[in-house]
Design a protein around this ligand. Sequence first.
Ligand code: F6R
Length: 615
Amino acid sequence: MCGIIGYIGDKKASEVLINGLSHLEYRGYDSSGVALSYKGEVEIYKAQGKLINLIEILKTKEDICSKSHLGIGHIRWATHGLPTTLNAHPHTCNCKSLTLVHNGIIENYQELKEELKSKGCTFVSQTDTEVAAHLIAQEYGKTKDLLCAMQNAVKKIKGAFAFCAIHKNEPDKIVVAKRNAPLVIGLGDGENFIASDIPAIIEYTKKAIYLSDYQVGVVTKNDVKIYDKDDKLIQNKVENLPFEAIAISKMGYKHFMLKEINEQSDVVRNVLSSKLVSSSENVVLNEFKLSKEKIKKITRVQIIACGTSLHAGLVGKYIIEQLAKIPVDVEASSEYIYRDTIADENTLVIGISQSGETADTITAIKQAKEKGSHIVIITNRADSTMARLADSLLPVNAGIEVSVAATKSYMAQLMSLYLLSFYLSEQKEIKEYSSIIKNLKQELIELPNKIELITQNPQNIQKIAKKYSSYKDFIFIARGINYPSALEGALKLKEISYINATGYCAGELKHGPIAMLDENMPVLAVLNTGIVYDKVLSNCEEARARQAKLIGVTNHIAEKDKGLFDDLIIIPQISDMASPALNIVVLQMLAYYIAEYLGKDVDQPRNLAKSVTVE
Ligand code: F6R
């Protein structure tokens, strides 16, 4: 993970770097650092912990901060070495002439380190990055040219990297390189920017060049030159950036997570717009590139994803199997990749990812692609690595999601999966489901208003959150299509409040987890009217009999059953098949308010990062 930034121009480099890093905090926040260059001298400042610690240090360095107009910066999610100041980037070589920031993992760093040590390099940190700093510096010793040094060094490095390097002898440039880690160069007028992601630079420019793997670039104030893997000068396309700066503002909300939960009604409207026009018309999904004939030949679907996206995939399994009658396997990407997965040209492989940069999912997708499967990517980032691997790209356009805990991107993924399952069913001309699909379409059209009924009336959820915020453990249960809601609700709670929360399919409770139940273990049950309603109700009885506190999230509860629950959260009327999209809003809000009562750092939970670019 980690975020990198670079600036060259007339502005104060420190301000651009810090501002940029603040928008990359979602990528990690263990430590941060900047290198500021002025007339060939480079000063490095680093701090352990949140970016604010670095900001405090820079406040005392007014002199260099006001003079420097070229710099590089980094925000770290520790992989090699503890999150200490020593391990924070930038890193340098022994003579401190070369300074480097890095995002990624250098796989052969041990081997390179030994070689460099034998040549006299001494290492001060435990990071893999320091190896690259020494290596590039060694190459500089031979070539006396930063571009050539970088080109030679990257040929010796195995693994993933986005690099920004500066050298005291060439104080008018930043040299960059990329392989399997994102890097974008923002183009300004008499200034240029480098970043791991667009939010870091969107305030300054709307034009950018994306570097591709194996490319190396030289960025000066007025120019950007890109070289391919054979060191040949090439021209990359200049692209218009998709976001507005406003998209990364909290807009008055206390946390990005709360803002993003509240945006979900609009996200649904967005995803459905122009694709689902009315309940009686077929879905328009021009992004799906398989012909009708090929769709009819699909024998299986494999959904690969991680974390929250994996839970969206599990909902996808229920609806695709039910409506399109194709067997669906859902697997964590990290499990998919280390076995000989059975996939062929009649397998539809769906990769789901908010960031489009998750390393495990990228590897899994590449593996499936080699087997000739058609690759569908459902991602919030149409500019991502995964998007570029897609045969069919279904961008979900949830807007930029800043909070580390995914909320609105999950909602957008659900909507895409509903659309896809309708589309597959319609293309396969499965007439027996057309009335179910018609009703479901109508429900999705009405969904935004129902989401707003929940988000605009948080009082009951807030009260329940307060009541349960002191518990140390939680169990979430549900069945059928809401089983993924239980998993996702538990994930949301544990990641932002650090309460030990586990999701189970309710029927499994009696096969072991029930041993955990007593008055200290609240059980949250999601029960929606439908085929499994009575079954979940019985599972609630079993929990109650063990004195567990019971919270019910439901669209309906009979008067006679109300007494079973300590607390109830009633959602608007909705069918079982559409209900995951409403239930999850409640569970996100519950997790949010519990974490908020506990005073947790909701948007940046410990140990996490939003874009997980390491396997
Ligand atoms: C949880 C969360 C993570 C991500 C997971 C995959 O709130 O955000 O579990 O869902 O790291 O990330 P993407 O979707 O970017 O592939």
